[in-house]
Design a protein around this ligand. Structure first.
Ligand code: WT7
Length: 609
């Protein structure tokens, strides 16, 4: 495992000097192509392409090639739930099911390029559905099953999904949450949604609505287990995933097959120092990019067993996850700082009850990790010695960008070094490099293979990533770089919050708030939270005739839950007479935040007094 700093620096320097050569080598060695690319990279600023003219299918690399190599009986996915009910599936069987689902989609008239929205629990069938889409070139867009009917509808409408795949319910903290009824509400009067495929989970059977609904298992039963993979162009779209930005509307981030396959495969391999017999557990849900890249595509492309656990970290007991690590002999464990802070609160005694000797590499993602939590993680879960891969990346980057590889000296709280081929820097608003340890914007100087290719139906928004600071990719994060070149990511520089590792825009919540009949104006800020990283506070100006009663505020919270999701509901609401605005009428969230946190309010020259 241990690679020396010199070795790393040598390869890194080569990868930056000639990224095209570097990625062409990796793409050729690590990924099987039906047809080799003609050109490694083309850049017509701000648009770019990778492995131009190459043809491949990500499911071939995630499934068929392992079976051809004699690994058909190896476990591909391990599913567990709150009741420790376990299901496993081998690479061979997974391929058979993926093919059946793919043929099922075809039988419903789904073709290459058609959009399929998934709104499902974290179950093996969701992996089958994602891979089934990729098999035939249909484009999946997974919507996290915690989003409300309205939020789901907005996404289904934006991508004009032909098919929605859902399930009867999902399980969290012992409670069943219905999903099918949410989909029914979301697609009301949306004529372009032709079919809803419903996974009937154990127990009671739900009645299916005749015109549209199709039984998931029934659909597969009738199909052949053989389906040749669609030969996709490297730049064909693999999936769209919505994420929040600083405007009120979520953005559909577009990723394409070739670059995504190469980059997620290679980062998984290097960052977790993958071994053939790894039991790999990334605790994310498929509803987020981490679930796409490091529960599904990355681990499967590397041929290891990937674990998925439906439910919460601390239910039915605070040591639920520890028990799974010990029982399943997890070797790579990858989770969020929020989950770690929660586990830490329950105390070390829980860790000591379990045997963690199978663990080899640990990781975190989603938000900055406090150095004390990093050290706690290493001491109590990592036997005081395991590497902790603090990985900085985004929905837009699709794979790890800043990370200190196993074997290199790690600094708690600092993600560290750019990955191979990644030219990252910390700059001021004009793009000039900041002095050592100066706070600036984290940018990437050149496109990498899995960089977002577009924002669905909004190319201008895509261009903004490369225009905000001319010529470079603008991440939206603040960072500092130390004398060794190690980067510490400090958090967002825009009006985007990070609650429990999930990105949520202030404007999105404000839009939901002002759509409540009693609310006239709203401003939303994030406040530091010991467990969640940030928690949401809303300031409201009520319409005349309304009083800030407990009932009204409860109703406002419920309204946000209905409009977006539980995770978007403000924990605190304060009703005020007016909000601070600039002369042009823009609400100054920055000022509200500074006052709330009793910080210096800074330059107030633009405030309309
Ligand atoms: C934002 C991206 C990356 C997948 C999960 C979140 C923050 C992410 C780290 C980290 C500090 C981090 C950034 C980034 N973030 N990882 N290791 N250290 N901050 O994906 O929803 O697209 O959010 O998460 O602020 O911009 P996402």
């Amino acid at each position: 495992m241990s690679q020396s700093l010199e070795q790393f620096q040598k390869v890194y320097a080569e990868s930056i000097k000639d990224p095209e050569k570097f990625w062409a080598n990796i793409a050729g060695e690590e990924i099987q192509w039906f047809q080799k690319w003609k050109k490694v990279f083309s850049w017509d600023y701000p648009n770019y392409q990778w492995f131009v003219g190459g043809r491949l299918n990500i499911t071939h690399n995630c499934l068929d090639r392992h079976i051809s190599a004699g690994k058909g009986d190896t476990t591909a996915l391990i599913y567990l739930n709150e009741k420790y009910k376990k299901k496993t599936i081998s690479y061979r069987e997974l391929l058979r099911q993926v093919n059946k689902f793919a043929n099922g989609l075809k039988s419903l008239g789904v073709k290459k390029g058609d959009m399929v929205v998934l709104y499902m629990p974290l179950v093996i069938e969701q992996a089958v559905a994602m891979l089934g889409c990729a098999r035939i070139g249909a484009v999946h867009s997974v919507v996290f099953a915690g989003f409300s009917a309205n939020a789901l509808r907005e996404r289904i409408e934006d991508c004009a999904a032909k098919v929605v795949v859902t399930s009867t319910w999902t399980l969290r903290r012992g409670e069943k949450k219905e999903l099918k009824s949410t989909v029914e509400e979301a697609i009301e009067n949306l004529g372009f949604v032709r079919h809803v495929i419903v996974l009937q989970r154990d127990g009671e059977k739900f009645e299916l609505i005749k015109e549209k609904e199709v039984d998931f298992k029934g659909l597969m039963e009738k199909q052949s287990g053989v389906c040749e993979p669609e030969e996709m162009d490297s730049e064909d779209v693999l999936f769209v995933l919505y994420t929040s930005g600083s405007t009120g509307k979520p953005k559909g981030i577009v990723h394409t097959v070739g670059g995504y396959s190469v980059y997620t495969h290679y980062t998984t391999k290097k960052v977790f120092d993958i071994r053939e017999d790894d039991i790999f557990w990334c605790t994310a849900d498929f509803g987020w990019i981490t679930g796409h890249s490091y529960v599904l595509y990355g681990p499967l492309s590397n041929g290891v067993a990937s674990v998925m656990v439906e439910g919460a970290p601390d239910y039915p007991a605070p040591d639920h996850w520890y028990k799974i690590i010990a029982q399943e002999k997890i070797s790579v464990f990858y989770t969020s700082p929020t989950a770690l802070r929660m586990l830490r609160k329950y105390g070390e005694a829980n860790c000591k009850k379990h045997n963690f000797s199978s663990l080899r590499v640990l990781g975190t993602v989603g938000e900055p990790i406090n150095p004390e939590v990093w050290l706690w993680y290493q001491k109590n879960i990592g036997a005081d010695k395991l590497p902790i891969e603090d990985t900085w990346w985004q929905t837009e980057t699709a794979g790890h960008m800043i990370v200190t590889l196993p074997g290199l000296r790690q600094k708690p709280g600092k993600a560290g070094k750019p990955f191979f081929g990644i030219d990252a820097d910390v700059v001021d608003a004009s793009g000039n490099r900041m002095p050592v340890n100066g706070k600036g914007f984290l940018v990437i100087r050149k496109p990498w293979p899995s960089a977002l290719r577009d924002c669905l139906n909004n190319h201008e928004r895509f261009e903004k990533y490369w225009n905000e600071i001319k010529g470079v990719y603008f991440s939206g994060d603040f960072a500092i770089k130390d004398e060794d070149g190690d980067i510490q990511v400090l958090g967002r520089s825009d009006d985007v919050m990070n609650v429990s590792g999930h990105r949520i825009g202030s404007a999105e919540i404000e839009n939901a708030l002002v759509s409540h009949p009693a609310v006239s104006e709203a401003a939303v800020i994030g406040k530091p939270d010991e467990i969640k990283g940030e928690r949401i506070k809303a300031f409201l100006v009520l319409k005349p005739g309304n009083v800030a009663s407990e009932d009204l505020l409860a109703d406002v919270k419920y309204h946000v839950k209905r409009e977006i999701a539980s995770m978007a509901v403000p924990e605190e609401i304060e009703c005020v007479a007016s909000l601070p605005k600039t002369r042009s009428g823009k609400i100054m969230r920055r000022l509200l935040k500074a006052k709330e946190l009793r910080q210096d309010v800074g330059d107030l020259s633009v405030l309309d007094k």
